[in-house]
Design a protein around this ligand. Structure first.
Ligand code: ADP
Ligand code: MG
Ligand code: MG
Length: 511
C-alpha cells in the first residue's frame, strides 16, 4: 500500500474511542437525514420503511486549502462557460453531429432539440444545477511540484448529493469541530469550511420558479416537479432539497417517476404550460414552473417506446428545464475533450474575462479524441498499446458511473468490443493520480480502513435566458457557486484496504 501523504492521519483510536465515535456518527446521521434506503443485499424491506446511514468516512479527509479555495472560486466561471455553450447551438451542433453518427442516445436527444426548435421553444429560460468534479494532481517525483486541482468531469444533469453533502460537513464538524476532538493539533474550527450545497441548490430552483412568473392557471403557490427514477435509494438527498424549497421558499414540490410523465402531465394547448395532475388528488391541476431532472440521463431509462415521446413532451413544455436538452448535451464528455484541446480558442471565446479563462484552463488534464484527426490517430496508438494504456481511462458519452474502461483493459475492449467506426464516440483521458491518503468508511454497519482516493465536486447554480430573435447571446440572470461534495473511494484493491470503487461521502479538513 502506498504510504499516506499524512502518515499521522487519521489518528489511531482505542476500541473505546472508536465505539463512541461510531455510535455518535450513526445516531447523528439518522437524526439528520444523512441516510439512504438499504440495498437489497443489506436488508430486505417489503414495507419501504427502512433507512440506513449513508456510507460516510469516519474522519474528514485532508484537502489542500489553496486547491479547495481555487475550485470554489472558479465555479462561477465554469457556470458561465457551460451556460454559454448551451446558448451556442451552432457551436454545439458542430460537435454533436459527429457523435450522432455513432451514439444513438445522443442522436435521440439532438432530434428532440431539432423538433422543438422547429416548432419554437415555449420557454426562454434554462436552469443549470451543475457540479464540476476534481481530483488533486500531485507529482511525487518532482520535489517542487505543488498539488493542483484537475477536472475529472463536468455534470449538467442530475448532479446529485447536494442534500446529503451539506449534512456530511455538519456531521464531521459536530464530531471534530468541538474542543474535545481527537484530530491532530493545528486543526481547528477554521479547518472545516462551510458547505452551502443544500441551501444554494434549493435557492437556485426557487429562483427558476420565481422567474417563471405567475402561473396562468391561477395556482396560489409556485410548483416544481422533481423527475425521479422509479426505484431510488438516494431519495433522502432529493427530499432534503424538497423540504428546503418548501420551508424556506414556499415552493411546492411534486415527485414524478420518469415512466409516468405522459400519464400524469399534459400541456395546455395554447401556452404549452406543463400541467401536473397528481394521482392522489384527481380534482387538482398544478401548473409546473420548473422540472428538475434526477432521472432521464441513462439509455436504460428509455427502453419503453413512450420514453422519448415523454422527454420530447417535457422539452416542448413551457416549464423551465433543469437541464434543457441542449444543456444536457453540453455536459457530454466530448465537449470537455474539445474544450481541453491544447491551444484552442474555445474557452477564450466563451469567457471574456481572460484571467478566469486561464484559471479554468489550468484545471484541464490531457484528453484526446479517438477520431481520425491527427490527435485522434495518436490517441488510438496510445489506447491500443498495453504499456501506454496504463496511464489512461476511456470514456463513452454516458453519465451515472460504471461506464468507463481503465488502464490495461482499454486495448482489448477497443479491439474486441467496439466496432472501429464507433471509436469516435469515446474520449481517452489521462488518469489523475491523487496523493495517497488513509481513512475509514462506515458502510452497511461495517468499518473498512485503508488507502483512499478523494474527488471534490463543486456545485454551481446558473439561470439564463436563451437567445431569441435578434438577441444572439442571451443573458445570465443568476450565477453562483453552490457548495461542495467530497466523495471518497478505496484505492485499487491490489493496494489493499478499502474495497476499490465503492464510494462514500466525506468532507474536507483544510490543510
Ligand atoms: P460519470 O459521469 O459516469 O460519473 P466520470 O468521468 O466521473 O463519469 O468517471 C467516473 C469515475 O472514474 C470518477 O468518479 C473517477 O473516480 C474515475 N475517473 C474518471 N476520470 C478520471 C481521471 N482522469 N483520473 C482518475 N480517475 C478518473
Ligand atoms: Mg462522475
Ligand atoms: Mg457525470
Amino acid at each position: 500500500m502506498a504510504a499516506s501523504m499524512y502518515p499521522d492521519y487519521p489518528p489511531a483510536l482505542t476500541p473505546e474511542q472508536q465505539e463512541h465515535l461510531v455510535t455518535s456518527l450513526k445516531d447523528w446521521s439518522i437524526a439528520h437525514g444523512l441516510a439512504v434506503r438499504p440495498s437489497p443485499a443489506f436488508a430486505t424491506d417489503h414495507t419501504g420503511v427502512l433507512a440506513t446511514t449513508a456510507p460516510v468516512t469516519l474522519f474528514p479527509s485532508p484537502f489542500p486549502r489553496r486547491c479547495f479555495e481555487e475550485a470554489l472560486a472558479i465555479q462561477t466561471a465554469y457556470n458561465e462557460l457551460y451556460s454559454a455553450i448551451a446558448r451556442d447551438e451552432p457551436w454545439l451542433k458542430g460537435i454533436v453531429e459527429e457523435l450522432v453518427e455513432v451514439d444513438d442516445f445522443i442522436a435521440k436527444l439532438w432530434d428532440i432539440h431539432l423538433a422543438v426548435k422547429k416548432e419554437g421553444y415555449a420557454q426562454d429560460l434554462s436552469l443549470g444545477l451543475f457540479r464540476s468534479d476534481y481530483m488533486i494532481h500531485f507529482d511525487p517525483a518532482a520535489p517542487d511540484s505543488k498539488p493542483e486541482i484537475k477536472q475529472v468531469e463536468f455534470n449538467t444533469i442530475a448532479s446529485s448529493f447536494g442534500g446529503l453533502s451539506a449534512r456530511v460537513s455538519a456531521l464531521h464538524k459536530y464530531l471534530y469541530g468541538g474542543p474535545a476532538h481527537c484530530l491532530p493539533s493545528g486543526i481547528n474550527q477554521n479547518s472545516f469550511p462551510p458547505n452551502s450545497s443544500l441551501s444554494s441548490l434549493a435557492a437556485g430552483l426557487a429562483a427558476a420558479a420565481t422567474a417563471y412568473g405567475s402561473p396562468k392557471s391561477g395556482s396560489s403557490r409556485l410548483a416544481v416537479l422533481f423527475l425521479v427514477q422509479d426505484v431510488e435509494r438516494n431519495v433522502f438527498d432529493q427530499r432534503l432539497l424538497e423540504y428546503e424549497l418548501e420551508s424556506k421558499h414556499g415552493v411546492c414540490v411534486y415527485r414524478l417517476p420518469f415512466p409516468r410523465i405522459l400519464t400524469d402531465t399534459t400541456l395546455d394547448p395554447q401556452t404549452r404550460a406543463l400541467l401536473y395532475h397528481p394521482p392522489q388528488a384527481s380534482s387538482i391541476t398544478v401548473e409546473i414552473t420548473a422540472v428538475y431532472f434526477r432521472a432521464g440521463y441513462a439509455p436504460s431509462e428509455y427502453t419503453h417506446p413512450d420514453a422519448w415521446l415523454a422527454r420530447h413532451h417535457l422539452e416542448r413544455s413551457a416549464a423551465i428545464k433543469c437541464p434543457s436538452v441542449l444543456t444536457h448535451l453540453a455536459g457530454s464528455k466530448k465537449i470537455q475533450q474539445v474544450l481541453a484541446t491544447p491551444n484552442s480558442l474555445h474557452i477564450s471565446s466563451f469567457l471574456r474575462d481572460h484571467a478566469a479563462a486561464q484559471r479554468v484552463q489550468n484545471t484541464f488534464t490531457n484528453i484526446y479524441p479517438l477520431d481520425d484527426s491527427e490527435a485522434g490517430l495518436k490517441a488510438q496508438e496510445l489506447a491500443l498499446d498495453p504499456e501506454s494504456a496504463k496511464r489512461y481511462v476511456l470514456k463513452p458519452q454516458r453519465e451515472g458511473g460504471g461506464n468507463n474502461t481503465y488502464r490495461t483493459a482499454i486495448p482489448p475492449f477497443l479491439r474486441d468490443k467496439v466496432p472501429r467506426e464507433k471509436w469516435k464516440g469515446y474520449i481517452l483521458m489521462e488518469l489523475i493520480n491523487p496523493p495517497p491518503l488513509s481513512n475509514s468508511i462506515l458502510r452497511n454497519g461495517k468499518i473498512e480502513t485503508g488507502g483512499i482516493i478523494c474527488e471534490l465536486g463543486v456545485f454551481g447554480v446558473c439561470l439564463w435566458r436563451n437567445p431569441t430573435g435578434e438577441d444572439r447571446r442571451g443573458e445570465v440572470l443568476k450565477n453562483s457557486e453552490a457548495g461542495y461534495l467530497l466523495r471518497t473511494k478505496g484505492r485499487e484493491s491490489e493496494e489493499g484496504g478499502v474495497a476499490a470503487g465503492f464510494g462514500s461521502m466525506d468532507s474536507v479538513v483544510l490543510v
